[in-house]
Design a protein around this ligand. Structure first.
Ligand code: FPP
Length: 220
């Protein structure tokens, strides 16, 4: 199944502890590692898509944006071993053309080294926004002179797999321009837990609830 997560609440987690927002992002990055390792070792989960940086996040203070970019670079460097050890393939969605050459190289290298890994595909959404993704897909279709059908639109998206389960942490009940096309039939869970406090234990509970829900995809 395809699990997608909006990892929200890093800033509030830090503020609650009298720390700087970036400390929340640091802790958040550790949680990404734990959740990825758990998903790689859960045979029911094939794809894990994480919202790491949105097309709107550029509006944050320059220092925070720079910190997030640096964190991502360091994180990828460190996590390569985790990806290899846990048989995780690394991919991204979104438009990374605006990122620094150094970060782009790191991303490409991580993809290359992990491309044959099988247990889990971890997809990071980077400079990602669903409206931007759909717009780019339609532009590609016009260039290729493809017929405008739902199937063709889906084929041209950055990620074609429908989402089965969407989780958002931190108590906000909204989707924030994340995978709008792919969540058409997804089950959704919203938890008040802030992302840095999110655990594999809570994920397991949500997965158990998800299994109890009856999915009808518009049928009866
Ligand atoms: C939301 O918290 C989180 C983000 C904008 C970015 C997500 C980033 C991470 C989890 C850490 C880095 C990830 C990787 C893969 C290295 P927020 O800052 O919006 O929190 P707030 O709503 O409490 O302010």
């Amino acid at each position: 199944m395809h699990l997608a997560i909006i990892m929200d609440g890093n800033g509030r987690w830090a503020k609650k502890r009298g720390l700087k927002r970036i400390e929340g992002h640091k802790k958040g990055a550790e949680v990404v590692k734990e959740i990825t390792t758990y998903c790689a070792n859960n045979p029911e989960i094939n794809i894990l898509t994480l919202y790491a940086f949105s097309t709107e996040n550029w509006k944050r203070p320059k220092m925070e944006v720079e910190f997030l970019m640096k964190l991502l670079d360091n994180w990828l460097e460190r996590e390569l071993q985790t990806f290899i050890k846990n048989d995780v393939k690394f991919e991204t969605i979104g438009d990374i053309s605006k990122f620094s050459d150094k970060l782009k190289k790191r991303i490409e290298y991580t993809k290359k080294v992990t491309k044959n890994n099988k247990k889990l595909t971890q997809v990071l959404a980077l400079n990602y926004g669903s409206r931007d993704e759909i717009t780019r897909a339609v532009k590609k279709m016009i260039e290729k002179n493809e017929e405008i059908t739902p199937e063709n639109i889906q084929k041209n998206l950055d990620i074609t797999r429908d989402v089965d389960l969407l989780i958002r942490t931190s108590g906000e009940i909204r989707v924030s321009n994340f995978l709008l096309w792919q969540i058409a039939y997804a089950e959704m869970f919203f938890t008040p837990t802030l992302w840095p406090d999110f655990t594999t234990n809570e994920l397991e509970k949500i997965l158990n609830e998800f299994k109890k829900r009856e999915r009808r995809f518009g049928g009866i």
